[in-house]
Design a protein. Structure first.
Length: 176
């Protein structure tokens, strides 16, 4: 059998299984192959030629004549497998789209969450205005926020002349 392998074996053609595929798939081309069948006279006399009495090189089991002459791993078998994979993939995509549609529908049915209440505006200790400053106030030239004064009060406090104590010992930030 091994000496005749070139006569009865097909040539492998890799197909599919490109980048990202789970497994590599392909088929054997039997265009130039000759199916080599064996049987025994005892098997033919006992069961007849229509039973599983034929041994085809490469198949590895006793088969009926139509099964022994068929090529289970040829292009047609690969095409059937590929069609099955495509159908399965399309079914999975359709199921995913249905799940997404159900999820969108569920989201559409849910009421919008209540907006969080706006935090209370902290008032300036000096002018009692909002610490963030009046609307439209340009914060570019204001000193950094201290959490106690609005931008205009921070600017006024920064521009005041230091007291004798502050001049001698330096300004120290007030603690909250």
């Amino acid at each position: 059998m091994e000496l005749t392998r070139l006569v009865w074996s097909g040539s492998y053609h890799g197909a599919g299984g490109g980048y990202g595929a789970e497994e590599r798939d392909g088929y054997y081309g039997y265009a130039d192959a000759i199916p080599l069948l064996f049987t025994t006279l005892d098997r033919l006399q006992t069961s007849g030629p229509r039973e599983a009495v034929w041994w085809r090189c490469g198949h590895g089991q006793w088969e009926t004549l139509p099964d022994a002459l068929a090529n289970p791993d040829d292009h047609d078998a690969w095409y059937a497998r590929d069609e099955q994979h495509c159908r399965r993939r399309d079914e999975e995509r359709e199921q995913q789209h249905q799940e997404w549609a159900a999820e969108r529908e569920r989201w559409a049915q849910e009421p919008d969450p209540e907006p969080e209440p706006a935090p209370e505006a902290t008032l300036c200790e000096r002018c009692k205005g909002p610490v963030t400053g009046p609307l439209g106030y340009d914060l570019e030239f204001a000193p950094p926020e201290d959490g106690r004064h609005c931008p205009s009060c921070r600017t006024d406090l920064r521009q005041q002349h230091p007291t004798l104590r502050q001049a001698v010992f330096g300004r120290r930030p007030r603690s909250k």
